[in-house]
Ligand binder design. Sequence first.
Ligand code: 4AD
Ligand code: MG
Length: 450
Amino acid sequence: MIDQPIQYNAEAKLRLHFRGVMRVYISDLKDHVGKTVSLQGWVYNHRSSGKIKFLLMRDGTGICQCVYFRGECSDEAFTDFEKLTQETCVKVTGMVRAEPRSPGGYELSARELEINAGSVDYPISPKKHGTDFLMNQRHLWLRSKRQHAVMRVRAEVVKAIRDFFDGRGFTLTDAPIFTPSACEGTSTLFETKYFDEKAYLSQSGQLYMEATAAALGKVYCFGPTFRAEKSKTRRHLIEFWMVEPEVAFNDLYDNMELAEQFVEFVVQRVIVKREEELKTLERNVEGLKKVKAPFPRVHYREAVAMILKENPAFIDGNDFGGPDETIVSSKFEQPVFVHHFPSAIKAFYMKEDPKEPGYSMSCDLLAPEGYGEIIGGGQREDSYETLVRKIEEHKLNIKDFEWYLDLRKFGTFQHAGFGLGVERTVGWICGTQHVRETIPFPRLYGRNYP
Ligand code: 4AD
Ligand code: MG
């Protein structure tokens, strides 16, 4: 059905215009107690009972209850109220009152109601909807309270990430999205055209960060990355955001120290700054409060021993599946590092530990409560000859990596770094069931809409 726009209440608009009422945001109502102001937003909920009508409106900064009393508001407002439907766009004018029982702590004793645009048959109601339905309505679903909370936590996580690295002398050196080659294995590359050549969407900015680390010492990139993974798990997105620091002269152990301080910083910042949102999400933050460096560290072989006790089918030498990660992480209250994965299951750039042949100087960080791997990283191979051999063993095209090999030709250096996935981190902090709720418009296997 085509939405019929409701006519502007021209008279009400005119009256307000002449009174010169100030337009404010719901989040700022505390500064206007006792004053007459206007709010603009959308109808969240509304109900009438005789002489009194209640409008819950939202403007993106909060929710405010607006109370219309017959006799105290204009007659037009009282009549127009009956035209309201969920998500009608409105302007409300009234006097601000402190009201502890009201959501947000303030209320409007409403005088005028101006209907700016109608909303017919809004598809999302307070009743439970199936996830597939909600994902199809993602553009509207974002208007819901729970989704607001997740988006605000995400924004805070992003800000905390930037503040941490900017505050420690790192330089932001963002990596390209179009790339000529694989970083994390060819099986999950998205191929596209770059004029007459082939190109791939970036799986990771790491290789470029290794170049900028040689230029600027401590660097990071932060942007979207892409993996053509045909997996429908609660942890996998096709497009996700990753922050990737890289530090010249760090080794594996420095790398884990940086990672744990970083994760502590992000989590502690968010639980202080987004307390309200975490309450809305009914997130128990007691566990999160304990996220303090140092984190426990477990060698791959120790982790395998833990897994075998509960999953005897696991094969030593393999990578962990989600349930295997949960077995390991459930033994700890803190996030836990697993380090020294077999070289055979890690990317070509990982340095093999000279003291432990067959094992790489890699580390993954597993979040508690079954949220799984949120960080992957390690120390990089810095020998030219070894790297050439690894590139050949992985059947990668050496020509594509000439520039990368230059970094080992011209003053090669010990260095390490990691990548943290934003959505998995937000999912863990918010306690969401699935990463799809942690990004405004998720790209999933089987979903590229809306
Ligand atoms: O472990 P990954 O693949 O590591 C890298 O890409 C390294 N090059 C990073 C580096 O050292 N600079 O990915 C890093 C993190 C994972 O721990 C996870 O949090 C996230 O990126 N991630 C995903 N998040 C959502 N959906 C996916 N399909 C993801 N794949 C990885
Ligand atoms: Mg990984």
